[in-house]
Ligand binder design. Structure first.
Ligand code: GLA
Length: 713
């Protein structure tokens, strides 16, 4: 064996890959092991060599980067496929080339393996970013004779033996990304998404960790499958003692069939480790997503979205008034939601006909855009390019462009069907329609929606989700190339398409259709496991949440949206003067914290009282930190137990100020018990480790605090 052991070290993380008889094996992904010379690395390999009990293979059985059956691995294989004519051997690449590339951005190990007998060539990339995020993916090339039907080309990574607990997320419309925790026992725990889109229930992250891990404690290994179609994320513990987390695309038989020489590349698996809880794990993911979203690096424009303000009731006069009110409170972008295109008076018709409705908008959108521009805002527009209503000119002209799994149309979902983007004419139609809109109107921002699952879909007789997902990416890429400055929001009935691959092509996600601030406190906390704040759309809605009927105070609603890409989705023409002033104050406050959002470190409080949610953003130099402390129910104690403000430098001195605008508190004296605390000066150790007693907090209230190191001034 001439290939030396490879040790990648970046951002406080070590990854060790060793050549073994079963292929390259990842022997360590986790804590930085420090500099290791060849002897120490050889020692590591010796000491990590699997034992050989009586009833077992006679040679040590390694788990390679692609666990396979020929090595004796009886768990879930990473590669699966069948040769359609001829013997179908299980892939077992044994002949590997290794290539290590190092640059300022990170270290990349590319492993190419060949199983000449089975005719499989595989490439596994293990890339460690400067921030210590491990990215991996598997590519398969058909080197045999005859077509190769591929059903799995996944990635699997070992986690530390101490990881005995699992956390993943699930959800539904208006309750996306709800956590579930359970012991990491033997067997496979799988989160399979077969919605034809990322899905409201997508696990986002699957985290294995030490018992009781939280945002600021415990050792954790988290993975995210970066894919917007059908996908799996799983954890597996074997009786032999392996613990793996993995993921990849879910392919149906026939969905990917490789001709001789053809390749398939699976989605990236993003893998993040931390020994100080979930927050540092997320920070590595945030750093990566921030590199992918250059358009979102500057301060995000505060927007108004018309959906919950007017729904389908489009009227130039009313929208002009909304634009007036929006500009008065400091809004910088006006987004016209659903209802502007041909025939779209409600959600039963019009999808697919992407020209402006001549009855509602006889002069097109120009008069509205002029109004918007004259008030110093830019203009955004809602589209749902992958969808059609049967009641549309498009489907009347081209019924065969509707994606379906049988002769009859699939059952409708919100009265709509999916356009077959793999059909070249259908693709060209929708691309040209969008390109024409972007050509005619100065559109700075598209809210790109996707309001139904596709669970039974064939293209040319083959399962269609893989191709449809690639076509969606291509469509985004082509439009982006035409309009490099265009910002795009990924929405799918709220948060049904939230993943790192769509975020490589878009600039923010709409986390959920629920703007109810209680729900949002939970939902945004968990969404931030992957998504940094400036990429998460977060709106101030009306006093009664449209999706839940809960009535919530303005200050609570606004504080909940404060650390996101801030927007207003409320009929500002209907509010009184007091509220208008308050909204203006909150927009002003958001603008103060905004410069920090795109670079800051997100922290969460791990408060012992489940009613209290502490969310913070800390500047990279840790001299400034903002916190929203919110209650989602009545606190267990009269005055909240001491709150730790995480993320600060323990050795620096800070002044702590409460900066919650109070004009809208409607007579609630929330500050009485804390008058003496405001402006107090102490150290980061006191604020972050001892914790501080904050004011009494009734249910569904929020306070905003800023800790600044005086040397900042
Ligand atoms: C989806 C989105 C909403 C809104 C409507 C318009 O439900 O999630 O925000 O845009 O579509 O029909």
């Amino acid at each position: 064996m001439t290939q030396p052991v490879v040790h990648l070290r970046r951002g406080g993380v070590s990854v060790v890959v060793a050549p073994t008889a079963d292929g390259p094996a990842l022997l360590h992904w986790g804590a930085d092991l420090g500099p290791l010379d060849d002897a120490a690395l050889d020692g590591l390999v010796v000491l990590r060599t699997p034992g050989r009990p009586h009833s077992a293979y006679d040679e040590p059985r390694w788990v390679s980067v692609l666990p396979d059956a020929a090595s004796g691995f009886a768990g879930r294989p990473a590669l699966e496929g069948q040769r359609l004519d001829g013997p179908s051997l299980r892939p077992a690449p044994r002949d590997w080339t290794w290539d290590l590339a190092e640059d300022d951005a990170g270290s990349t190990l590319t492993l190419v393996g060949l199983d000449a007998e089975a005719g499989w060539e595989v490439e596994v990339v293990l890339a460690l970013t400067g921030a210590g995020l491990l990215r991996t993916r598997t590519e398969v090339t058909n080197r045999g004779s005859g077509p190769l039907q591929l059903t799995a080309a996944w990635s699997a990574l070992p986690v530390g033996g101490a990881a005995t607990e699992l956390l993943d997320l699930t959800g539904r419309w208006c309750k996306e990304r709800s956590p579930q925790r359970h012991p990491f026992v033997q067997g496979v725990f799988e989160r399979a998404g077969r919605h034809g889109r990322t899905g409201h229930d997508a696990s986002l992250l699957l985290v294995a960790g030490t018992p009781g891990f939280g945002f600021g404690r415990g050792e954790v290994w988290g993975v995210h499958t970066a894919w917007s179609g059908n996908h799996t994320t799983y954890a597996e513990r074997t009786p032999e003692g392996e613990a793996l987390v993995g993921g990849g695309e879910l392919l149906e038989p026939g969905e990917v069939v490789l001709a001789e020489g053809e390749s398939y590349a699976g989605p990236w698996l993003l893998a993040s480790w931390s020994d100080a809880g979930l927050d540092p794990m997320s920070a590595r993911l945030h750093a990566w997503l921030r590199e992918q979203t250059p358009r979102a690096r500057s301060e995000r424009k505060v927007l108004v979205n018309t959906w919950e303000a007017v729904y389908f009731d489009h009227d130039l006069g009313r929208l002009t008034e909304l634009a007036d009110r929006a500009a008065e409170v400091g809004v910088e972008r006006f987004v016209l939601d659903d209802g502007w295109f041909r025939g779209r008076r409600d959600d039963t018709r019009g999808l697919g006909d992407w020209t402006v409705d001549p009855e509602v908008w006889p002069q097109g959108l120009h008069p509205l855009i002029e109004v918007v521009h004259a008030r110093g805002m830019d203009f955004g527009l809602w589209v749902e390019p992958e969808m059609v209503n049967v009641d549309s000119d498009l489907v009347r002209a081209h019924p065969d462009w509707v994606l379906r799994g049988r002769r009859d149309l699939p059952r409708e979902w919100r009265h709509q069907q999916v356009l077959d983007l793999q059909h070249p004419a259908a693709y060209a139609h929708v691309r040209d329609g969008l390109a024409a809109l972007l050509e005619e109107y100065p559109i700075a921002y598209l809210k790109w929606d996707h309001n139904r699952d596709l669970t039974d879909a064939l293209h040319d007789g083959r399962p269609a989700v893989h191709g449809q997902t690639l076509a969606f990416y291509r469509l985004l890429d082509e439009l982006r190339e035409l309009h490099p400055e265009l910002e795009i929001e990924s929405c799918a009935s709220g948060g049904g398409r939230v993943d790192a691959e769509v975020l490589r092509r878009t600039d923010r996600i709409w986390a959920s259709d629920t703007i109810d601030a209680v729900e949002r406190q939970h939902l945004q906390t968990w969404t931030s496991l992957l998504v940094p704040p400036e990429l998460m759309g977060s709106h101030l809605g009306g006093p009664v949440a449209h999706t839940t009927g809960r009535s919530l105070r303005l200050g609570y609603r606004a504080a909940t949206a404060l650390f996101g890409h801030f927007g207003i989705e409320w009929d500002l023409t209907s509010i009184d003067e007091l509220d208008r002033v308050a909204v203006g104050q909150w927009v002003h406050l958001h603008r103060q914290v905004r410069p920090l959002l795109g670079t800051g470190t997100v922290v969460h409080g791990d408060h012992p009282d489940p009613a209290l949610v502490v969310t913070g953003v800390v500047s990279p130099d840790r001299r400034e930190a903002w916190y929203v402390v919110a209650t989602v129910a009545a606190t267990d104690t009269q005055v909240p137990l001491p709150v730790r403000l995480p993320g600060l430098d323990p050795e620096l001195t800070y002044d702590l100020h409460r900066v919650t605008p109070t004009i809208d508190q409607h007579g609630m004296d929330l500050g009485r018990t804390w008058a003496q605390g405001d402006g107090a000066r102490t150290t980061g150790a006191v604020l972050g480790r001892a914790g501080v007693r904050l004011p009494v907090m009734p249910p569904e209230t929020a306070q905003v605090y800023v800790a600044r190191s005086p040397e900042t001034d």
